[in-house]
Ligand binder design. Structure first.
Ligand code: XUL
Ligand code: CO
Length: 443
């Protein structure tokens, strides 16, 4: 059966194309940083938003028109797999990601849930034999079912902790079976609502115990995927333990897990934490912990995780700036943890959304690459900190200074002169690069 009937394979037609179902800027064959764009960007489709998402919101029912809407149970799950591989092929995308709960129906009986999962995993494995699309990461949903209402690995109930362990154990086996390159831990309800009923120390200790056990088991079965923590400050809980990269890093270091994990950074989670997307990427990068990206964007007028497809060129440019400086994402990729709006209910909208996101990141990549080639920010920043390359500054950096030598230096100073930070000039320069990138590709 064909699910996306009127859609042909999406190809690169270039910026002058007026075909809405074509890539204008994302050219998989073009080279970025010495690699094919496809291999450098490593785009992924997220199964939950694209195939499982129904368009519900707290006020309204499902709106998405999908060819498999009338099916249920395993039949629905199977139809979604068929549709997904047709979608991957038509979009020509190299990766996908899923939660266990997205691909197979979960029941109250764990063995039955595992049986459902096995059936669908076998089907996916079969499709993967002939598809170019690989699994970027999988994860376990430990937040939707009512059993997780107080958390999973941080639940106050040891039975829930054990249930979560069983789910992740299975998830690691599934990851190995499908050759997943990463395994993600987003702390769905790993946080708390009020200290009046919470033993935070025990919850954090347990979370660390859980992660150590997960790594031990992955080692035991020879599953060498990169483990990733996906920080988020709030939603669904009021205080999520993996608030942001810095908080996540402190936790990992505290519990001896810093060599086990890297971070999967989501744009909308960064903004919910009061940071920019590039801030989170930067913090992870300078600490050697930038693993993967959930590409989306929030809405500055709304205070929640709106998971919109990324179209903001400033954001994609500054994100790709960090990613190029990181020499790419290693085993990670750019996963569209993004959903079409409730009113964009046609199957065709799924294509428009992904094309918009891939093109926005492709433009961002081109601009970022030029900024780096011309060393626009690099040289400015180097000059701004040049006082640390000689004299007393070099002494500080090389560990040769102490409070005696610094006091002596300070006493000998006349009036201190500072240099302007030139923010407005730099922002105008960024505008110039974005516009020039357009002008050159449009020529
Ligand atoms: C939720 C979120 C998740 C994770 C995977 O905000 O981003 O979909 O990406 O569990
Ligand atoms: Co995410």
């Amino acid at each position: 059966m064909t699910y996306f009937k009127n859609i042909n394979k999406i190809t690169f037609e270039g910026p002058s194309s007026n075909n809405p179902l074509a890539y204008k800027y994302y050219n998989p064959e073009e080279t970025i940083n010495g690699k094919r764009m496809e291999d450098f960007m490593r785009f992924a489709v997220s199964y939950w938003h694209t195939f499982t998402g129904e368009g519900t919101d707290p006020f309204g029912q499902a709106t998405m028109v999908r060819p498999y809407n009338k099916l249920s149970g395993l039949d629905l799950a199977k139809a979604r797999v068929e549709a997904s591989f047709e979608f991957f092929e038509k979009l020509d995308v190299p990766y996908f990601c899923f939660h266990d709960y997205d691909i197979a129906p979960e029941t109250d009986n764990l063995s039955e849930t595992f049986k459902n999962l096995d059936a669908i995993v076998a089907m996916i494995k079969d499709y993967m034999k002939t598809s170019k699309t690989k699994l970027l990461w999988n994860t376990a949903n430990m937040f939707s079912h009512p059993r997780w209402l107080h958390g999973a690995a941080t639940a106050p109930n040891a039975d829930v902790f054990a249930y979560a362990a069983a789910k992740v154990k299975k998830g690691l086996e599934v990851g190995k079976e499908l050759g997943s390159e990463n395994y993600v831990f987003w702390g769905g309800r790993e946080g708390y609502e009020t200290l009046l009923n919470t033993n935070m120390k025990l919850e954090l200790d347990n979370l660390a115990r859980f992660f150590h056990m997960a790594k031990d088991y992955a080692n035991e079965i020879g599953f060498d995927a990169q483990f990733l923590i996906e920080p988020k400050p709030k939603e669904p809980t009021k205080h999520q333990y993996d608030f942001d990269v810095a908080t996540g890093m402190a936790f990992l270091q505290q519990y001896g897990l810093q060599d086990v994990f890297k971070f999967n950074i989501e744009a909308n989670h960064a903004t919910l934490a009061g940071h920019t997307f590039e801030h989170e990427l930067h913090v992870a990068r300078i600490n050697g912990m930038l693993g993967s990206v959930d590409a989306n964007q929030g809405d500055p007028l709304l205070g929640w995780d709106t998971d919109e497809f990324p179209t903001d060129l400033y954001s994609t440019t500054l994100a790709m700036y960090e990613i190029i400086k990181n020499d790419g994402l290693g085993t990670g990729g750019l996963n569209f943890d993004a959903k079409v709006r409730r009113g964009s209910f046609d199957p065709e909208d799924l294509f428009h959304a992904h094309i918009a996101g891939m093109d926005a990141f492709a433009i961002g990549t081109k601009v970022a690459q030029r900024l780096l080639e011309d060393r626009v920010l690099e040289d400015f920043i180097a000059d701004r900190y040049s006082s640390f390359t000689s004299g007393i500054g070099l002494d500080i950096v090389e560990g040769k200074a102490n409070f005696h030598s610094l006091e002596k230096h300070a006493l000998g100073l006349g009036e201190i002169t500072n240099k302007s930070g030139r923010q407005e000039f730099l922002k105008a320069t960024l505008n110039k690069y974005i516009l020039e990138a357009y002008a050159t590709v449009l020529k």
